[in-house]
Design a binder for this molecule. Structure first.
Ligand code: ZN
Length: 271
């Protein structure tokens, strides 16, 4: 069933990014793309563009030996020359940088891992398109309009946040991909990953919510209240006195968790 093998690794330093979680997210919701992890490529040297950024040559030079037909994806925090978020080489190599993307993930209410997963599958489709058509000009697929298509070329950070919250494959891009014989199953696999990123499960929404100090504080207070109520009931043995405050706290807790869940699943509006 797998038709695309992807090897994912840290290229130089990639901060506290959990690559295992990226692979798990992608592998867990479809069967066409299979991601595994390679050892970190520690040595990418010093920034060779004005001592600030890395040229694509330097970054791809640090790549491991490629396996024909497989895609190799290096993730780094280093800035890329031209301030690109991603660069590709041929039809088998991608660099994704997390440079200046922290704010995008945070504003979108998504993790770094989800950002990387969405970016990775978008680039995979581009490489497939390129492999199938031989077209190198990315503007043949990517476009400027902000329609929350994953192939929107976004320059504003707010648009990038929107894309991470609501990105999909627009009808025009889907037609182009189909015309280039990029299989429907491949597109469907990517759509599953996008849905997984954009519609977090209840447990996932709770984990994301707990990363926000105010949410953690309010939830902690409510749960604390519930526990105290429960203990008083057990100790005093008179449930009648605490039933009302207990019910109120319970409704508030369920309401808070539910609100957070729906908030993270609703589609974004353009920024
Ligand atoms: Zn499109």
């Amino acid at each position: 069933m797998t038709s695309q093998y992807v090897h994912l690794f840290s290229l130089g330093y990639s901060g506290d990014l959990d690559l295992r979680a990226v692979a798990k997210l992608i592998n867990g919701c479809q069967q066409v793309i299979s991601v595994d992890l390679l050892d970190t490529r520690h040595s990418i040297g010093k920034p060779d563009v004005n001592d600030l950024a890395y040229s694509r040559e330097t970054l791809f030079h640090a790549f491991p030996k490629r396996i024909p037909g497989h895609v190799h994806v290096g993730v780094t925090v280093a800035p890329i020359d031209g301030n690109f978020y991603t660069v590709t080489q041929g039809t088998d190599s991608v660099v994704i940088t997390l440079h200046q993307t922290q704010e995008v993930s945070e504003q979108a209410g998504r993790t770094k891992e989800e950002y990387v997963a969405q970016t990775l599958v978008t680039e995979l489709l581009w490489l497939q398109y390129r492999r199938a058509t031989g077209i190198d000009d990315f503007e043949q697929l990517y476009h400027l309009q902000t329609q929350a298509c994953i192939f929107d070329l976004v320059l504003q950070k707010t648009d990038k946040v929107y894309k991470l919250r609501s990105g999909h494959i627009c009808t025009s891009c889907a037609a182009k991909l189909a015309h280039a014989n990029v299989g429907a199953s491949y597109q469907a696999a990517v759509t599953s990953v996008l849905a997984r990123v954009q519609k977090p499960s209840l447990v996932r929404s709770l984990t994301l919510g707990l990363q926000r100090p105010l949410f953690s504080f309010v939830l902690g207070t409510l749960l604390g209240g519930l526990v105290i109520n429960l203990f008083s009931t057990l100790l005093i043995g008179q449930a009648r006195d605490v039933i009302v405050p207990f019910a109120v706290l319970l409704v508030l807790t369920v309401g808070l968790v539910g609100w957070n869940y729906l908030r993270l699943r609703r589609p974004a509006t353009p920024g």
